[in-house]
Design a protein around this ligand. Sequence first.
Ligand code: C2O
Length: 588
Amino acid sequence: MSSAALSLDRVKLQHRSRCPLLPNRSRGTLKITANARKEANAATGESGNPSFPSKKGSSTPASIIDRRELLAGTIAGGASLAASPTGPALAEPVGSPTFKRCQPANIANTNTFVACCPPKPKRDTIDFKPDTGPMRTRPAAHLVDEDYIQKYNEAYAKMRALPSDDPRSFRQQANVHCVYCNFGYRQEGDPKSTLQIHFNWLFLPWHRWYLYYHEKILGSLINDPTFALPFWNWDNQEGGSYIPEMFRREGTPIFDANRNEANYAPARVDLGYAPGVDPSFGEPTYKTDDQIRQDNISVMYNNVAKVKLRDAFFGAPIRYVKGNNNGADGSLEKAPHTAVHIFGGSPNNPNGEDLGNFYSAGKDPLFYCHHGNVDRMWDVWRSLGNQDFTDADYLNTEFLFFDENQDLVRVKVKDSIDNQTKLKYKYASMPQDKVWINYKPLPLAKTAFAQPKSSIVASLPVKVGAGPLTITVAQPKGSASDELLVLEEMVVGMQNNTNFNVFINLPEANETTTLSCAEYVGSFYNIPHFMPGMTESSTRTTNARFSIKPNVEILGLKDADKLVVTLVPRGKDKEKVFTFKGASIEYA
Ligand code: C2O
């Protein structure tokens, strides 16, 4: 075990029911024991010091790591299974929010606390009953007429005029996002356990409920039970992909001054947006409008249309666990969702406020319009023949929201799934969805298998932060409805705007490489977020899954026994180090 190579120990992976939703899941059968840290660090010229030199403008990977058949994803025996962020099934839903013991939310690294706890309910909590009102059809924001805009503004004017301790007031509505997302609540039953509705399978249902009550309140304030929120149709490159014009009218109730005005039209929303990489930062290599348009279609295809596995789309399961729930974000949440948040927030504010940070995002009426489209993607994804989770822990997870009568309502995830029947709303159909659903990416590279230029041995964990990084991952034989590349036990600074794009078979990929190609498989984002007691260096641990099946097929790599994977960090935090402990291919 003293050689520079990672030692290899073939063991059979225990097929314990870590993920009962994946009966066909097949993983590698190898185990890695990493003990070559020193030698490997010598090989990369790293000293184990997490500060990395800048490789700005580099068009070749900073280092090439050939881990060949070593990578199979289980590290040090079963330890990584037990320590997995998704954890073993505990057969218990995440605990309900500790509504009565809400704490101020921590919003920044300086331990800045904001009071965003809800007012006390006037009456006993009630249980959700299916909506019996008329059907509400949510329109695309860029297609609404002036009558709609007037009504919509009137509803927000009334909401803003309510006393700030009224749970229906705009201030309290915005606070709902802050309190659920910046750890104002813990889990009932164990107040030491955090509750975070991002970065896991609760992301879509929680935001669906949030918008549902927000919409019902707006409708009741203007006595219009048919009132439906608009959605920002950012996936539609023919008119939808700009911050909708009605939100840019200064002085109206839906205007917010805390936005990145440089990203108003004619700037097209960039669904692969990297924080800090745009004309307002003087970035010289920013994409042309036509490039953004093409990349957007590819981002939609790669992060929504092609993704089959539920965990990969919605985010990984979280259940009741002691301690911090980390989970793993779904592809929709990472990009396009987080990219759009950061695109909209003001770069002049310390934490990207308003849209660019969880605690403040709800202060911009555009937030609810953005999330209308995020929510619509759930419907679109299901319309492609994909199935919702049926796991009882998911279905029975509970949240609390105030309704239009100021009653506090206990809702369950299961009642959010059938929005047309139980919540009585649907989305206007958008023929332009087809553009990205039917997108067929073409390969950029001519060679069938791109060979990395040199190879070294990795130390574990693998550090990324000094430019693009290429690894080689074993591709076991297998087939299933989805094939996934997994970066395991990624450790990301909670306060970093970590963003990277992932390419296969393109070791020369760099920051300016187009996303409009079969080699691009997906993007990772971290939106900075904070919690009580955290420090500058607090991290979250997550698995990042990228659906790669169609890409592998288009690239003719179905029978390759390894895949060359390149991670390209971007944006203002691209030099801040993140690590991962393994990479593997899964079939599910
Ligand atoms: Cu709760 Cu778009 O974030």
